[in-house]
Write a protein that binds this ligand. Structure first.
Ligand code: BJW
Length: 240
């Protein structure tokens, strides 16, 4: 059975649980975001077509709390940045989170597969750009000058997550896959562990508060809060 490696590349998948102790809500926990709003209303292209003002209000509130609130990276984000600095091979963090806490902690090799809250894009002329304030139907695209064509730069259900080719290449190649703070409900991220295991050589570890949907697929699971588990796990990896 593969064990914790001493070298080789590492892919870390993170979900909402890693940012919980920074003050951001998860989605599917008892007090999570989906207990307050219907995902069909705010996280699907149909929901946006039906009521764009409601979707803007949902993301504006979350953007405001991230940009202006008392939200900071926690020791779990910091430990992953340390791992990238000190590990002898590549470390890629693939986050499903749209917050910017990994980059604020210092992670550089990072993919936001579900987009970024502090970016928006024009549905007509494409590329995303930074946006820290509220977004509304009256806003004009700075490039094509259309009014009402801007949307949050996030990936909704039914849309293709970002950078998938690069992610699958890294999964194919890694010696260690670590999943942190994600419930394993949402694909394709929930299937990454199977992609890695299909090759048979890499070690797979889940770090979570509670076992995820796919916990039995991991070689090793450790349960507890991310702010405690992740720094201890990184320390163990780096001291081997
Ligand atoms: C802690 C903690 C602490 C708490 N410490 N841990 C039928 C079968 C299979 C698939 C499908 C299907 N029907 C449709 C699909 C596809 C669909 C899907 O997966 N649906 C399922 C619901 C069934 N997926 C898609 O549509 C995706 N696109 C797609 O598949 O394209 C086609 C494709 C095909 C092949 C290859 C590639 C692509 C797009 C999914 C988009 C998801 N978007 C959202 C919203 C984004 C913007 C926003 O933030 O608003 O992304 S939904 C939401 O869920 C968000 C999250 O990133 C995502 C995952 O949630 P996460 O992070 O796991 O959070 P939670 O709350 O679920 O879990 C938190 C965890 O933390 C828990 O385990 C806690 O225990 C733990 N925790 N405190 C450590 N302190």
């Amino acid at each position: 059975m593969p064990a914790l490696p001493k070298e080789g590349s590492i892919v870390v998948l993170t979900g909402a649980g890693i940012s919980k102790e920074s003050g951001l809500d998860t989605f599917r926990d008892k007090d999570g975001i989906w207990s307050r709003v219907r995902l069909e209303d705010v996280a699907t292209p149909d929901g946006f077509r039906r009521d764009p003002a409601r979707v803007h209000a949902f993301y504006n509130a979350r953007r405001r709390s991230l940009a202006e609130g008392d939200i900071h990276p926690n020791p779990a984000h910091q430990a992953l940045a340390r791992l990238e600095m000190e590990w002898p091979g590549d470390v890629l963090v693939v986050t499903q989170n749209i917050d910017d806490l990994h980059e604020r902690a210092g992670s550089g090799n990072l993919i936001h597969m579900h987009g970024e809250l502090l970016k928006i894009r024009c549905q007509k002329c494409a590329s995303p750009f930074a946006w820290t304030g509220d977004l509304g139907l009256e806003d004009k695209c700075p490039d094509c000058h259309r009014v009402g064509s801007l949307r949050p730069h996030v990936v909704w259900f039914g849309e293709m997550p970002l950078d998938m080719e690069r992610i699958f290449e890294a999964l194919e190649d890694c010696a260690l896959f670590v999943s942190i703070g994600t419930s394993g409900h949402v694909y394709p991220a929930a299937g990454f562990v199977q992609t890695v295991r299909a090759r048979g050589r890499a070690h797979t570890v889940e770090l979570n508060l509670e076992p995820s949907e796919g916990a039995s697929l991991f070689r090793e699971t450790r349960m507890g809060p991310a702010s405690r588990l992740v720094p201890a796990f990184v320390e163990e990896l780096l001291s081997r």
